[in-house]
Structure formats: C-alpha cells, structure tokens
Design a protein around this ligand. Structure first.
Ligand SMILES: [Zn+2]
Length: 220
C-alpha cells in the first residue's frame, strides 16, 4: 500500500512534496513508472479474437499482457487508491494508439455498478479514460453507458460462453450521445472481451456506428 493512499483531499503537488513518487516496479524516486520499468512491461501484440463471441465489437486492442508489472500497475490503480497513476498508464495507451490508430469520435468507459462504485469510490477505467481523453483530444462521456446488473466477477474458471451469458443485457445507454458515432470503449483489463462486447451491443442499440475496444491489458 502506498503511503500517499491514505491522504485524501490533498493535491498531487503537495503529495509530491511530502511523499516523492516512487516507481511501482523498482522503487526509484521520480515517477510511478521509471523509463526502464516502463520498457520492461509485456506488450500484448495482436490477439486471436473469438469472432463468435465478440459479435458487436468492430475492433479490440490491448496494450499489455496482464502480467508482471502491467498487472501490478492495474492492481495499484484499482486497490492502492493511487489515482495519479492513471496519468502514466493513459500515456502508454495514447502512445499505443498513435502507432495503432483506431478511428473514434468519442470515448466511453466500461461502467461499474453504482453499488460497487460507492464501495470503491472511483472507477479505475474511468480514470484511464479521462486522462486518455485529454491526451488524444476526444470527448469522453462516462455517464451515458450504465450497468444495470452487478454481475459476478469474471472468474478465470468460467468458460467464455458463461462469461458472455453473465454480462448479456447488463448494460444500457441513456440519451442520444452515441447516435451515429464511432465509439472507443476503454477498460483496464480485458478477460475474454465478453464485457466489452456486451457494452458494444448496448452502444450499437443506441445507434453507435462502430464500437472498438481499447484496454490497458488483457489476460489471454
Ligand atoms: Zn522502475
């Protein structure tokens, strides 16, 4: 647990003075990810996508494999309450997009159920999307895609088909913001793509022209 985590309501600037940033990989002072640890993170490369499962997605990319330091970074962002880590992680996603472009008019994010959101206090995927939105200069709408059901966690023992059933119909869009748009859907981890696909189905139902997913990491 990071010593900064317990301090609420204090700006990053003040926190940096009190507790200098340390690399989550090697502990070197300066930033949350030092250049050499950043380079050591396992790049995901193209994945074989299950077209039978990912019926509503027009594309799916992940930056890293959910292993080693990339996995550690997601855990830190999710459970360590180190929100400032979203900045360097989103920067890595933006760099990836620069060399692997995906057309998009608008960003959105895989939503958490309101109950879970209240418990954790923030949606780590939204933190990433907010920073990414700034970096790639695309608008983010974080509240127009909602999670209706608090689905059980996608555990690794479930089959891909079970996972799809688990999240089917779990999402809905409000308003018309996605109508006619190419949407880039952001999440921190992709397990099978079933959750992203269920979100994409809801977005298409709301008139989205295309939906592509970009996740910081993927498990397979
Ligand atoms: Zn390091």
């Amino acid at each position: 647990m990071n010593v900064r985590a317990g301090v609420a309501g204090v700006s990053d600037f003040v926190l940096d003075l009190l507790f200098p940033r340390k690399c989550i990989g090697c502990g070197a002072e300066g930033d949350f990810l030092c250049p050499s640890c950043r380079k050591s993170m396992p790049k995901a490369g193209p994945a074989a996508q299950d077209r039978a499962l990912l019926t509503s997605l027009d594309g799916l990319q992940s930056v890293f494999l959910y292993q080693g330091l990339a996995r550690h970074a997601v855990h830190y962002l999710k459970y360590g309450n180190t929100k400032a880590l979203a900045k360097p992680l989103a920067r890595l996603m933006a760099d990836h997009l620069e060399s692997n472009p995906m057309p998009a008019d608008i960003l959105t994010v895989v939503p958490m159920h309101s109950k879970r959101l209240r418990k954790r206090g923030y949606n780590q995927a939204e933190l990433l999307a907010r920073e990414l939105s700034r970096l790639v200069q695309l608008p983010l709408t974080g509240e127009s895609l909602i999670r209706l059901r608090d689905t059980p966690s996608q555990v690794s023992t479930m089959t891909a088909r079970d996972r799809r059933r688990n999240v089917e119909g779990a999402f809905r869009c409000r308003g018309h913001v996605f109508h006619g748009k190419e949407v880039l859907l952001i999440d921190d981890v992709c397990t099978t793509g079933a959750t992203l696909n269920a979100c994409a189905a809801a977005l298409k139902g709301a008139g989205a022209r295309a939906v592509r997913g970009l996740t910081f990491s993927r498990e397979y």
